[in-house]
Design a protein around this ligand. Structure first.
Ligand SMILES: [Zn+2]
Length: 154
């Protein structure tokens, strides 16, 4: 036994659970069903948040105005995943922090519509600042994956 083994414990959790999404997330997901991307605006600093948040993290003001944002988006940052994680797609895949419309915040989502044939080329397939747009599923059910992925704008 090595010294590091002595401190290693193995645990296994397999949980089925549900969460009450709350009003803000529920409204956002309902919008996705209709191919609308909704954010909330802070009444004090005027910033828009996508995904919506019930309070402004800067002013601590309640964000009670809903706004539909333009679906033009940019990749703020991204990562390429080469290892399998539970409940995630078969790798490789690219995740990005996507800033949609005039949002002050970013949404984490998949980036598709790029060449996945040469996995080592994925690192250069997008960059910070790449313009992207959502690709909508035909059968939407009020879930973040109603947007299948974001793809670079031609
Ligand atoms: Zn604010």
């Amino acid at each position: 036994m090595t010294e590091s083994d002595a401190y290693e414990k193995t645990f296994r959790w397999e949980l089925d659970f549900s969460l009450n999404l709350g009003e803000t997330d529920r409204e956002f997901f309902e919008g996705l069903k209709e191919k609308r991307i909704l954010g909330k605006r802070c009444p004090d600093c005027d910033r828009v948040f996508v995904p919506p948040q019930p309070y402004c993290d800067d002013c601590f003001a309640r964000t009670d105005e809903w706004v539909e944002v333009e679906q033009e988006a940019i990749v703020e940052s991204y990562t390429v995943t080469f290892r399998q994680f539970r409940n995630m797609p078969e790798p490789p895949y690219v995740n990005g922090a996507i800033r949609i419309g005039d949002s002050a915040t970013s949404l984490l989502h998949f980036i598709g519509g790029i060449d996945y044939d040469e996995p080592e080329d994925l690192i250069d397939a997008v960059s910070s600042g790449t313009a992207v747009e959502p690709v909508w599923r035909d059968d939407r059910e009020g879930d973040i994956l109603d947007i299948e992925f974001f793809r670079p704008v031609e």
